[in-house]
Design a binder for this molecule. Structure first.
Ligand code: GDP
Length: 360
């Protein structure tokens, strides 16, 4: 599934962020283990191109691409050794395609920090360690079985070698996402183990409003997680923005030196991290973004709308969003020769405005 799992130590602002994301009114309480059940929220990928298309085509509705977030509770220090709710978080985190760690960088002395001090680097290390320990346990448990299988089936030997190499890497404290490529480990061979540290990471630093414009501070945080993406927001302000009318929200944003909500950045970065892009369709009924993996062909893209579209694919009429808006209308874009006819081998580009032709 294309879901981003939100993790973080207690009291870092996970619930606040998640509530702002989903506009759900889940309790954001000032004590550990407030979020016990996993919550899934589906949000729309912000895309101004849809607004422009809806205007051009007189669309009744705008349908952005959905992005799912799941609030993963219970990943605390010592979870792999049974602390908190122990390994209960594993089941939820396995289903996520990417992991978003919320890191506390705000200083509010009224909000208790589980370790007694605000130390973003330590918090990142703590979560990393728990995930690495969970993977170590998984690999350790699987190895004897894999070795036994390899005695009967020689084609299982590469999987054993990959598991052994993964164990070594994890044991050195490195995530598989960060280290597997350099260590020459083929992660495909370990897919059945559903390892956690294979997943790409995104970091959300929950910072004080006053720090949002402090580049020196932000760069310090960026350095902690590079090359992973770092996003900065004040979760409390994000949750206030949600409840304000647009003009007042814009005013509040500008007063913090931001041009768009941090949530929008998060959704966009999450989408990119999952290796996804969108193509667009537009008409009087709706302007809509459709999600495809980067590298999808035109028939695969058609299949996202309906499997019949893929099966009966003939061709696609495609114009890039930029060419379309430069021309001003579909007929003007056609007259200018900007609307291309593409066949079944065409590789979709982000922002293609598409009409499919197919047999039924
Ligand atoms: P969780 O345990 O990680 O889900 O954390 P919560 O979202 O429940 O937040 C814990 C407490 O910190 C709540 O009282 C929030 O109101 C507060 N909090 C969350 N984000 C911020 C922030 O950016 N600044 C400040 N000052 N407080 C925050």
């Amino acid at each position: 599934s294309l879901t981003i799992g939100i993790v973080g130590l207690p009291n870092v602002g996970k619930s606040t962020l998640f509530n702002a994301l989903t506009k759900n009114d889940v309790l954001a309480a000032n004590y550990p283990f407030a979020t016990i059940e996993p919550n899934v929220g589906v949000v729309g990928l912000p895309d101004e191109r849809l607004t422009a298309l809806a205007e051009m085509f007189g669309s009744e509705k705008i349908l952005p691409a959905p992005v799912s977030f799941v609030d993963i509770a219970g990943l605390v220090r010592g979870a792999s050794k049974g602390q908190g709710r122990g390994n209960a978080f594993l089941a939820n985190i396995r289903d996520a395609s990417a992991i978003c760690q919320v890191v506390r960088a705000f200083s509010d002395p009224n909000v208790l920090h589980v370790d007694g001090k605000v130390a973003p680097g330590d918090d990142i290390e703590t979560i990393n360690t728990e995930l690495i320990l969970a993977d170590l346990q998984t690999v350790e448990k699987a190895l004897p079985r894999l070795q036994k299988e390899a005695k009967l089936k020689k084609d299982k030997l590469p999987a054993v070698a990959a598991a052994e190499a993964a164990f070594k890497l994890l044991d050195e404290g490195t995530t598989l996402y960060a280290g597997a490529a350099a260590a020459g480990i083929d992660l495909e061979l370990l897919a059945e183990l559903h390892l956690l540290t294979i997943k790409p990471f995104i970091y959300v630093f929950n910072v004080d409003e006053a720090e949002l414009g402090n580049e020196a501070f932000l760069n310090e945080m960026r350095a902690l997680v590079a090359p992973a993406e770092a996003i900065f927001m004040d979760a409390k302000i994000e949750s206030e923005l949600i409840d304000l009318p647009d003009d007042e929200a814009m005013e509040l944003l500008e007063s913090t030196g931001q041009t768009e909500p941090g949530l929008n950045q998060l959704i966009r970065v999450g989408f990119k991290t999952l290796g996804l892009q969108t193509y667009l369709t537009a008409g009087p009924k709706e302007s809509r973004a459709w999600t495809v993996p980067v590298g999808a062909t035109a028939p695969e893209a058609a299949g996202v709308i309906h499997s019949d579209f893929q099966r009966g694919f003939i061709k696609a009429e495609i114009v890039s969003f930029d060419d379309l808006t430069a021309a001003g209308s579909m007929s003007a874009a056609k007259a200018a020769g900007k609307v291309r006819i593409e066949g079944k081998d065409y590789i979709m580009k982000d922002g293609d405005v598409v009409e499919f032709r197919f047999n039924v």
